[in-house]
Design a protein around this ligand. Structure first.
Ligand code: ADP
Ligand code: MG
Length: 176
């Protein structure tokens, strides 16, 4: 397992990163936004996936979103967030609460990112914080038509006004 070439999914499969793992836990507890930075192949995605295996949250692979068409639209991101609906439903039921996920279910054109983020914040309220992790976040500069500025504004809004959301960004390249 240690030599598997894909990112690890479980904490016990990651070698000698206990300190980094704890630092990430502490940072997410303390701050609305955490950055997980390092050169390629150093183990960022592995730590992130293992973290999300143990904590309520969802993972967006920005490189995968970008790879579809060479840019990322609002609808792409909404669809990606909505594709996490059943995982979120499982998280909600694990916490033995009920919530009606409206915007995470409707057609992408009928939902706005703000609606969806507000709904994710509601989930976070019931689960003691919900993490939205963007892996290889430097690809978000291909979001929209202004180099990702609209998304930055949304993240700033989440930072200020959605107290139950925790954002993690990872990145390895200039551009993050
Ligand atoms: N501490 C570690 N223990 C075990 N495997 C690791 C560790 N760090 C990296 N790897 C392995 O190295 C490769 C790259 O790790 P990955 O998490 O994808 O790095 P990054 O996201 O930083 O590019 C994967 O095969 C992963 O399983
Ligand atoms: Mg990675």
């Amino acid at each position: 397992m240690l030599f598997d070439l894909r990112p690890k999914q479980r904490r016990e499969d990651i070698f000698d990163r206990e300190r980094e793992f704890k630092e990430l836990e502490k940072s997410v507890e303390t701050y609305p936004l955490s950055l997980l930075l390092g050169i390629r192949r150093v183990g960022k995605s592995s730590i992130l996936r293992a973290y999300l295996n143990e904590n309520p949250g969802i993972l967006i692979d920005c490189r995968e979103l970008y790879a579809e068409s060479g840019h990322i639209t609002k609808e792409d991101l909404i669809r990606e967030l909505q594709s996490k609906g059943s995982l979120l439903q499982r998280i909600i039921s694990r916490f033995k609460v009920s919530l009606n996920l409206k915007f995470l279910r409707v057609e992408p054109r009928d939902a706005s990112l703000r609606d969806i983020f507000r709904e994710l914040n509601e989930i976070g309220e019931k689960t003691g914080g919900l993490v939205i992790a963007f892996d290889e976040a430097q690809y978000l500069r291909f979001y929209g038509s202004r180099g990702g500025k609209e998304l930055l504004a949304l993240l700033a809004h989440a930072y200020d006004s959605l107290p139950n959301l925790r954002i993690i960004l990872t990145g390895s390249e200039v551009g993050l």
